[in-house]
Design a protein. Structure first.
Length: 294
C-alpha cells in the first residue's frame, strides 16, 4: 500500500524507557523524551529523543549508547506493527470488494447501477459497524462522483477526481493509495485510504475510500506511556503532519520535511540512529528511524 501503517505492541513503553533517564532529570530536569513517528510510503520515524545538554563525559556516552539500543529496538517494533496494521486495512478493503462483486461488473454504467442502491448502503454500514478502527466508507465512480456511502442520511455530493489517489488509479499506476488531505466534511486534515476498483480485465471502475481523522491516531498514541514531555507525531511521505499527541492544532498539515530526523528516515533503508536537532524545540536529541514497506 502506498501510505501509512498502524498500532503498537504492549512492550513499546518499556522499550522507550532510556536507562539513566532518572539521573539525567535529577541533574537539571533537562531530559524530555520525545517519540516521533513519521509514517509514509517509504518511512517511519520513531525516536525517543533525549536532551543531552546536561550530560557529561563518560556518563553521557554510556547513556546515549544505551538509549540508542533501546531506541532502535522500539523503532523496529513500531515499523513491524504499523506495516501489519495498514496491510490489514488494505486486505479488508479487498474483501469488501469481493462482497460487492466488483470483478463481475463489466462497465462503469453497471458499476453505478449496482452499487448505488439501499442494499449496498446497508452492507457498507455493517462493515463500518463491525470494524474496530476504520471510518466511513465511500464508493466513487469512474468520474470521481460519489455513488454510495456508509454514512446515514441523504447522499452528499462529492467529486474526488482531482485527488492524487484518484489520478493514480485512473492512470493505473497504483492499486492502493494513502493520501493526506483536508476533509470538506470534517473541516480538518485527515488520512485517506483508497483502493482501485476495476473489472476482471483491469478496466477502471472507480475507488473505495475510507478516511481516518487525526483523533483516531492520537487516541492510540495517548495510550502509549512515554513519560513526561513525550510526544508522538505522524507525517506523510512529503513531510505533512497528520496527527500528533499531545494534539497541537498549528502542527496539523505543517511540513517537517526539512527536519534532520525526517531526512534521516527517508535517506536510507533499515534502522539507523543519530544525534539531531528537533524541528519542534531546536534541542539536541537522539533519534532513530527505519523505513517501512512501500
Amino acid at each position: 500500500m502506498r501510505g501509512i501503517r498502524g498500532l503498537l505492541g504492549r512492550d513499546i513503553a518499556d522499550a522507550a524507557a532510556v536507562p539513566g533517564q532518572a539521573a539525567v532529570e535529577g541533574a537539571g530536569n533537562s531530559t524530555l523524551p520525545i517519540l516521533w513517528i513519521v509514517l509514509s510510503a517509504i518511512a517511519l520515524i520513531a525516536s525517543i529523543m533525549v536532551g543531552t545538554a546536561f550530560m557529561a563525559g563518560d556518563f553521557r556516552e554510556r547513556a546515549l549508547s544505551s538509549g540508542k539500543r533501546e531506541l532502535e529496538n522500539t523503532v523496529l517494533l513500531l515499523t513491524r506493527h504499523f506495516d501489519q496494521k495498514f496491510e490489514d486495512i488494505s486486505q479488508s478493503q479487498a474483501r469488501l470488494g469481493v462482497k460487492l462483486w466488483i470483478d463481475s461488473i463489466v462497465s462503469p454504467a453497471e458499476f453505478r447501477q449496482q452499487l448505488s442502491g439501499p442494499k449496498v448502503h446497508a452492507l457498507l454500514e455493517r462493515e463500518v459497524r463491525n470494524s474496530f478502527d476504520m471510518g466511513e466508507i465511500f464508493l466513487f465512480d469512474v468520474d470521481g462522483k460519489l455513488v454510495n456511502t456508509s454514512q446515514p442520511g441523504a447522499m452528499p455530493y462529492f467529486d474526488v477526481s482531482e485527488h492524487a489517489y484518484f489520478q493514480a488509479f485512473k492512470a493505473n499506476t497504483a492499486t492502493t493509495f494513502v493520501e493526506p488531505l483536508v476533509s470538506r466534511v470534517l473541516k480538518q486534515w485527515t488520512t485517506v485510504f483508497a483502493s482501485r476498483l476495476a473489472t476482471a480485465d483491469g478496466v477502471f471502475l472507480g475507488a473505495m475510500v475510507q478516511r481516518m481523522p487525526p483523533q483516531r491516531f492520537e487516541a492510540f498514541f495517548e495510550s502509549v506511556s512515554l513519560g513526561k514531555g513525550a510526544s508522538i507525531t505522524l507525517a506523510y511521505r512529503n513531510g505533512e503532519v497528520l496527527a500528533r499527541f499531545p494534539h497541537v492544532d498549528e502542527m496539523m498539515g505543517k511540513n517537517i520535511a526539512n527536519g534532520d530526523l525526517f531526512k534521516l528516515a527517508v535517506g536510507q533503508p533499515g534502522t539507523s540512529s543519530a544525534r539531531v536537532i528537533s524541528p519542534v524545540d531546536g534541542e539536541d536529541r537522539l533519534g532513530a528511524s527505519r523505513q517501512m514497506r512501500d
